[in-house]
Design a protein around this ligand. Structure first.
Ligand code: GLA
Length: 389
């Protein structure tokens, strides 16, 4: 992939000067969904799939960008001193947003750059293709202009830009996973404090299988922001009766004790999910650390049910994939992953059942929806970085 990008870069922008290569991954979240803006825990890992880029700095404030994944967009040109937020959500808006976010937060980007990029991750599939664009932009700026900042800062700039430039009120999970991923590990992140632990995914007998519904329902963005507001309303009600900073501060018993304070029944369901999902995530990581993969899988299944019934961010296609997976004896656990309303499920499947999984789940999915699912085996990988060629 990177050789193709280098070739494209040289033929478009010339082969002279200091041309550098970068990669930032997408992510899959194993458990802890819609908890990252509720002060809860998440447990994602970075993937081997993501966005590659080749870049060279310029002497003026112009950027020229070409994306081989979207050749019809042609070369996009912009002046980095004249960037303004918009919610179009096109690949170059995510790139621009990061430069804008750097400036807003005191990380000065002195010049523009020429860049060619390409993705090997499916866009709109809930695997954080957009966060990987943001993080590739962050590592490019950080590296090309020697900006003194950590990779956690890069994650925060990705989230800041998505919130403030692209109009999507996301939490920190996706950018954090893309920036901070570690090969063979998942990241147990407390989103209230940004404290994190790498947890080895020592799966000898199982594989992590991602199944793509190949649908993305329109309401995803607005429904996401609605869920966030509903959670915040529930929190405000609870704060009248108990001293908490976020829903993640409550465990199940605490929630049951104070839940009557939540006036709206819909907000009550949202908060129920946020609290219980956070506790499930803590328990799931404990189970994994103690080698109890069956317990981990059971918690994944419960997570799906809660996302479907209480948080209401699943959809018919995701439910069908999960249901079909649950029928198979070689499946340890299966759930929707990411924001929902389409995208992917994540399943833990016994090594010797993976082929059967693909065949049976794929067939049933097509029979029930008329669509063809796609399957990827997930390998936990390193985070965003400059790469040597
Ligand atoms: C999207 C957001 C994340 C997170 C998930 C749901 O991926 O970008 O911040 O909220 O949805 O867990």
């Amino acid at each position: 992939m990177i050789e193709k990008l280098l070739e494209e870069f040289k033929s478009r922008f010339g082969s002279e000067g200091d041309i550098r290569c970068y990669f930032a991954p997408g992510r899959v979240n194993l458990i802890g969904e819609h908890t990252d803006y509720n002060g809860g825990h998440v447990f994602p890992c970075a993937l081997t799939m993501g966005n590659y880029a080749v870049a060279r700095k310029r002497d003026d404030s112009i950027v020229r960008w070409y994306n081989m994944t979207y050749p019809d967009d042609g070369v996009q040109e912009a002046d980095i001193t004249k960037l303004a937020p918009n919610d179009n959500g096109i690949w170059y808006d995510y790139q621009q947003g990061v430069i804008w976010a750097f400036e807003k937060n005191g990380y000065h980007v002195p010049n523009g750059y020429d860049m060619v990029m390409a993705a090997d991750i499916p866009a709109g599939s809930g695997l954080s293709a957009s966060a990987s664009i943001e993080e590739v932009a962050a590592v490019i700026c950080r590296d090309l202009f020697n900006i003194d900042m950590t990779m956690v800062d890069c994650a925060l700039m990705g989230q800041y830009s998505e919130n403030q430039y692209n109009g999507m009120n996301c939490g920190i999970m996706d950018q954090f996973a893309s920036a901070m991923g570690k090969k063979d590990n998942a990241i147990f992140l407390d989103t209230a404090t940004l404290k994190y632990d790498y947890v080895p995914l020592n799966l000898k007998d199982e594989k992590i299988v991602i199944t793509n519904t190949k649908v993305k329902h329109k309401l995803a963005g607005s429904a996401y922001n609605d869920r966030r507001r509903e959670s915040e309303t529930a929190l405000a009600d609870l704060q009248k009766v108990v001293d908490i900073k976020s829903l993640g501060d409550l465990d199940e018993a605490g929630f049951e004790k104070y839940k009557e304070a939540i006036k709206d029944p819909v907000c009550l369901k949202r908060a129920h999910h946020a609290v219980y999902e956070n506790q499930r995530t803590i328990k799931a990581v404990e189970a994994l650390k103690s080698g109890d993969i069956e317990a981990f899988g059971k918690l994944m299944n419960e997570s799906h049910v809660s996302l479907r019934d209480d948080y209401e961010v699943s959809c018919k296609e995701l439910d069908i994939l999960a249901e079909e997976a649950w029928k198979l004896p070689g499946v340890i656990g299966s759930r929707m992953t990411g924001g929902g309303f389409g995208g992917c499920t994540v399943s833990i499947v016994k090594n010797d059942a993976v082929e059967e999984f693909k065949e049976k789940v794929g067939k049933a999915y097509t029979e029930r929806t008329g669509l063809v699912a796609e399957f990827y085996i997930a390998d936990a990988a390193d985070g965003a970085r400059r790469i040597d060629v």
